[in-house]
Write a protein of this length. Sequence first.
Length: 520
Amino acid sequence: MADYDIIAIGSGHNGLVAAAYAAVAGKKVLVLERNAWFGGGVVTRELTRPGFRHDQHSMSHIFIQGNPMLVNDELGLKSKYGLHYLFPDCPMMSVFEDGRTLKLYRDTEKSAASIAQFSQKDAEAFRKVSAVAQGWLPMIQSTLYTPPMPVGAGNAMMDSSYEGRELWRVIQMSSHDHLCELFETDEVRMHFARVAGENLVSPDEKATGIGMYVFLGFLEKFGFGVAVGGAGSLTNSLIRCIEDHGGAVVANAHVREVTAAGGKASGVVMDNGERHTARDAIIGAIHPHLLPEMVPDMTPQAAKDALRTQITDAACITIHAALDAPLQFKADGVDAVMVELMPDSYETLRRAFDDLRYGGFVRQPLIGLGSLSQFDPSRVPEGKAILHAWDYVPYHRPDGQSWDDAKHGYAQTMIDRMADFIPNIRDILLEAHVDSPVDMERTSPSFMRGDLHGIATTTYQSGAHRPTPELGQYRVPGVERLYLVGPFQHPGGGVFGAGRATAQVMFDDLGVDFDKVRVK
């Protein structure tokens, strides 16, 4: 007799989403988490001092806002399980060394007015980009929360119309080439090039041109969601849903292996040798590089292809700081969810990713930051603030030092750079917690080598080919009823709620009508 209907390995938000749909469908669900806390990349923890609640990885929730799971509240996360978002008027802005700023608002005309400070021509070009982004958004949105269309079918569809061929052209272009087509000023080009950078790729990388349209479309229609209480509120609401429907979510439970019987996933073996069996399915947040070891019954070719998936050269390092008071910028009106501190030139920004490609440090930190306590004071003691700042670094340090020994030194370099824009930062910094790429890998095996997206977001590792063509539909060849979730699956890294697509595939195989699985 099986212990459970469905077992989920890992409590990252994608696995929890798939498990929640299963629980709502009436399945007996068990979620096993290796860490002492839940959430994977969507977790809020007191990393510095008591009362300071830091989002350890994901800070704002953008793309999940278009997911039918939230739009239609399919799981009752908003109406029943306590999830609440704030949507500040200015989601993103750039701050330049001379004190000028460029802001993107949810309102197109307000953004155009900000761009007009640099160029009236660029402001008009932006209006056209905004219109295109909103025109493309429904189609793009429809592809993000369901299983991906086969690559050949997608290309054939785009090739069947002029509009589709224009979209295909932009998809194949680099952000830099397309931005040079659109805008005349380096400041505006830099601003939108950082969109590619936030995806851990150089603006010169081919097939990154579409990113600006996806980013802008979501920014204007939905805004950047700031979860009240911290990003982990999404995780907490999903766990409440699962438990409310009879499921269990267990910490300190490290899965070593997925077992199979008769070519079908049958259960899991824990590190301590304990076994759990599953009647219907296993949901696995298992990185491609770990998949062959954990799933010995998968086909040899699928295992070989999983191991050769590629990870980006741009790993992340993050500072979480408890602050004695709010940040005071030299620039006026810094009030965005995501703030980009721009380098001294567009060339510096572009060459930074060349530095990383060759295994070196960036020549000038490319710091993005947020201080979400300015929108949600429940995260800090009264009068205090928090800082979440990130930069890009190589996983293997070129100087031979270990990240454990040298991460605080690099963090000081970041703080020194931030001080060029924020004069009071050294005076108000109470305590800092630093996560190097190695630390990020330790907190979640999905973040292999500090890659927040699990694997690189290249064209050959995207859509139905993410992470590989064999694994791109969330199934594992050789082991039926094992379904994959994680940032290394379509649609990629970030908070998408993509476990919804995994649940759809799983329900198709189990004969469950997905459209009828809703919290009443």
